[in-house]
Design a protein around this ligand. Structure first.
Ligand code: KG4
Ligand code: ZN
Length: 412
């Protein structure tokens, strides 16, 4: 397998025999022509090795995923070289499984689409190197994919959504609000000034030692918080949402994390327990952090909707808000957003939970979208580059508009 080394920036070629053997297992016939567009998508930007084969009508022909969550939960976070090694060990099997499940031969593929940014350099390198080797062997076009664009456009695979629409991406690595005007036309309205909400929830879950909790031991931090919060009372703690005075659409979560840290320390003292043991008030803390996170996200999104409507960037009566990314699978946060979309006559759409978290389908689908639009398809893979998701950042304009958001009752 070709491996991109982050520091040395060199490629290590896998043996040709290995890739040839891999292709032979599919009865590969170079030069065969097929009419339907079919894309193989490969995702390795963080801690999931995923692949999928999707056709132009949105049919998922085959899918496979290997999650590293359990390993990283044990080490208390992602260690990039460990993630890289796990991707190396699994990528061939995962791509093979997705292709086998699809029942098509590699020669039937119209293109190979792979996440090339953003993400962990060591992890991205494994997917990219493997894909380039396949592209070279199969003589297929290559489509470099921006992970967040793929999250943003996934909804068009499951629902009939026309451009423009507003998208809120909330995950472990990202937090942004953007107006999607086309397959590769994004206007950035706001982003997190520090960490992403999933990262904050993961840190709080780790600080609460939720992997030791019998009900949450195999859950991601955010999922564990959502699960525990159902048993807690958010009113036991009074926490102010971040950035209340900043009338823009930016986010911040590290201050909230520190506030929660202080609460945990205080509770450990009160309950007389050591760091690393489970607090009796863990569920109340989970409920409070989840509620504050939901209110903060809802308020910034509410402002973004008002701004877009004020500037006629979104339809007055048919506006759509799409929420995606790992944190979007949180039903409490979705309900907070529902309160906002009901108050602004917008339609709230979320891909199903398995398409909110990282997966190969969204990468393959983004490849299909790009093939259909004729955008970013490379026949020559030398010197691959990729532009940022949102080339136009209008977050300053949003701040200048200083829209005062009406208070909504967050009875979730
Ligand atoms: O989109 P994703 O799979 O990977 C990134 O691109 O970051 O998102 C993973 C993040 C993790 O931080 C995880 O804790 C969070 O999404 N997450 C959740 C839930 N499920 C996953 N956060 C809140 N509630 C959930 N149910
Ligand atoms: Zn993601």
């Amino acid at each position: 397998m070709l491996i991109l080394n982050k520091t040395a920036r060199v490629f290590f070629k896998p043996s040709k025999r290995k890739v040839d053997g891999f292709l032979r297992s599919f009865n590969f016939h170079p030069g065969t022509l097929f009419l339907h567009k079919i894309v193989l998508g490969i995702e390795t930007s963080c801690d999931d090795t995923a692949a999928a084969v999707v056709d132009e009508t949105g049919n998922v022909l085959g899918e496979a995923i290997h999650s590293q969550t359990e390993v990283h939960l044990k080490t208390g976070g992602i260690i990039p070289p460990v993630a890289q090694q796990l991707h190396r060990e699994n990528i061939q099997r995962i791509v093979q499984e997705a292709l086998c499940a699809s029942g098509i031969s590699p020669s039937e593929l119209s293109a190979i689409a792979t996440t090339i940014k953003p993400g962990l350099a060591l992890s991205l390198g494994v997917g990219l190197s493997f894909s380039l080797q396949l592209v070279d062997q199969l003589k297929k076009p290559f489509i470099p994919i921006h992970h967040m664009e793929a999250h943003a456009l996934t909804i068009r695979l499951t629902n009939k959504v026309e451009f423009p629409f507003l998208v809120l991406l909330i995950s472990g690595g990202h937090c942004l609000l953007a107006l999607v005007r086309g397959v590769s036309d994004f206007l950035l309205l706001g982003k997190s000034l520090d960490i992403a909400p999933g990262d904050m929830l993961d840190k709080v879950a780790r600080r609460l030692s939720l992997t030791k909790h019998p009900e949450c031991s195999t859950m991601s931090g955010g999922k564990a918080i959502e699960h525990l919060a159902k048993q807690g009372n958010r009113f036991h703690f009074d926490i102010n949402p971040p950035m209340q005075r900043a009338k823009n659409c930016d986010f911040s979560f590290s201050g909230l994390q520190h506030v929660i840290d202080k609460i945990i320390m205080q509770k450990e003292k009160e309950e007389g327990i050591e760091k690393g043991q489970i607090l009796s008030s863990a569920a109340d803390i989970a409920a409070a952090v989840q509620h504050t996170t939901a209110c903060h996200i809802a308020k910034r999104t509410h402002r973004a909707i008002l701004f877009c409507k004020q500037r006629d960037l979104l339809s007055q009566s048919n506006a759509v808000l799409v929420v995606s990314g790992g944190v979007a699978s949180n039903l409490y946060i979705r309900r907070a957003l529902e309160i906002v979309t009901n108050a602004t006559q917008c339609t709230l759409l979320c891909p199903p939970p398995r398409l909110c978290t990282d997966n190969g389908i969204m990468i393959a689908w983004n490849g299909i979208e790009r093939l259909r639009a004729g955008l970013g398809i490379l026949d020559n893979i030398e010197g691959i580059r990729y532009e940022p998701m949102a080339k136009v950042d209008i977050s300053k304009e949003v701040a200048e508009a200083a829209i005062k958001v009406p208070q909504l009752k967050m009875k979730i």
